[in-house]
Design a protein around this ligand. Structure first.
Ligand SMILES: Cc1ncc(COP(=O)(O)O)c(C=O)c1O
Length: 387
């Protein structure tokens, strides 16, 4: 790393991320280059965020055009890009009652869900152990990871965590006092943990019986990453709330809280807001990105690439199993060496992420080529054989 940048980082930024080991300088598709000109294959995509990779010319020109026309208007005024995006998201839900609130991040999208649920008149919330819903105080209260929560207690009262994937535990906890049950269709930060088949649909039945809002946090699993627009779709059910961020804004900060049915009527003028939420430039980028995903048939290709990765990686010596859907995958290793493997792969030009000692997560751009995937599979095979 260029020392002066490391020094400047440490002298000017807070230490909440530590000091990253490389400086990225530019990118193209699924490749990035560091400040010294070394090329990396980006298997992480800005943590499941850069859906179309780096430097997409259509997205850049949509951003530039919108910026030169109208960059920010506040929520006192309408603009077309935000309406077009809300209409698209509504069509993806398949439910004409769906209404969207836009914000800037995943944490904010979940904060909005939390506030919205309070308007039911109920105050109790259920979430799951191991879940990650963000770092602001409300979203952190929903997050089921003690290591991220404990230093910031007391958190919001009335939020209980139940084991993820355990429908019996959910049944015991759900009652008519509960406002919302929030869950990730696949737990991303926790290591791409997939719940047992039937869990989400049973949750739907239980929450409906007790009038509890069912919220799916699709911040990581949304916008096509799993091979469907929303990560819950293979369950065949419809939730009351869907939250999005990460890939939604095509690299710009954009989050969304979509409410369906009765939940879509809970916010009224003055209930909630965000200065930048639904900003014209971010919405123009999102609209351009959706158009490309649709035109290029990238949902289907994500499913195919995911299947190819699963088939090849599951056969690698040292891999216990591979889980996830589409291009959100967790490679579970037989030995607790994932952090070491992440560092070794980095030195060989591959960006991956160890979510724990045993799980390596990958979430590449939808546009990554089969040749690039094969390059990664070979590197991982070699690393696990000799590492
Ligand atoms: C499922 C999920 N929800 C919420 C968040 C928080 O998103 P943000 O970092 O944009 O606040 C994340 C981030 O990793 C996430 O994976």
């Amino acid at each position: 790393m260029t020392h002066s940048l490391k020094d400047r980082w440490e002298r000017s930024l807070q230490n909440n991320y530590g000091t990253p080991s490389i400086v990225l300088h530019r990118g193209s598709g699924a490749e990035v280059w560091d400040a010294d000109g070394m090329r990396y294959l980006d298997l992480l995509g800005g943590i499941a965020t850069n859906l179309l990779g780096h430097g997409n010319s259509e997205i850049s020109s949509a951003i530039a055009q919108q910026a030169s026309k109208l960059s920010h208007v506040s929520n006192f005024y309408m603009h077309e890009p935000v309406i077009a995006l809300a209409e698209k998201l509504q069509s993806f839900t398949g439910d004409h009652t769906a209404r969207t609130f836009f914000c800037n991040s995943g944490a904010e999208a979940n904060e909005a869900a939390l506030k919205l649920s309070r308007l039911t008149g109920r105050t109790k919330i259920l979430a799951t152990d191991g879940a990650f819903h963000g770092r602001t105080m409300g979203a952190l209260s929903l997050t089921g990871q003690p290591s991220k929560r404990d230093a910031f207690k007391p958190l919001i009262k009335g939020i209980k965590h139940v084991p993820f994937g355990d429908i019996g535990a959910a049944r015991k906890a759900i009652s008519k006092k509960v406002a919302m049950f929030i869950v990730e269709p696949i737990q991303g930060e926790n290591g791409v943990v997939v719940p047992p088949t039937g869990y989400l649909s049973e949750l739907r039945a239980l929450t409906s019986e007790s009038g509890v809002l069912l919220a799916f946090d699709c911040v990581q699993t949304g916008m096509g990453r799993t091979g469907q627009w929303f990560g819950y779709e293979s369950s065949g059910i419809v939730p009351d709330i869907i939250t999005l961020a990460k890939g939604l804004g095509a690299g710009l900060p954009l989050g969304a809280t979509i409410a369906l049915g009765l939940a879509s009527q809970l916010f009224t003028p003055g209930s909630h807001g965000s200065t930048f939420g639904g900003n014209p430039i971010a919405c123009a980028a999102a609209n351009a990105q959706i158009a490309i995903i649709e035109r290029e048939g990238l949902l289907a290709s994500n499913r195919a690439k995911g299947a190819l990765l699963k088939e090849n990686i599951s056969q690698i010596e040292g891999v216990d199993l591979i889980r996830g859907e589409g291009l959100l995958l967790g490679i579970v290793l037989k030995q607790p060496i994932a952090k070491h493997v992440q560092v070794r792969l980095l030195t060989q030009g591959f960006l991956t992420n160890a979510t724990s000692e045993t799980v390596l997560r990958i979430a590449p751009a939808f546009t990554i080529s089969e040749t690039q995937l094969t390059e990664f599979i070979s590197a991982l095979t070699k690393e696990l054989r000799h590492g």
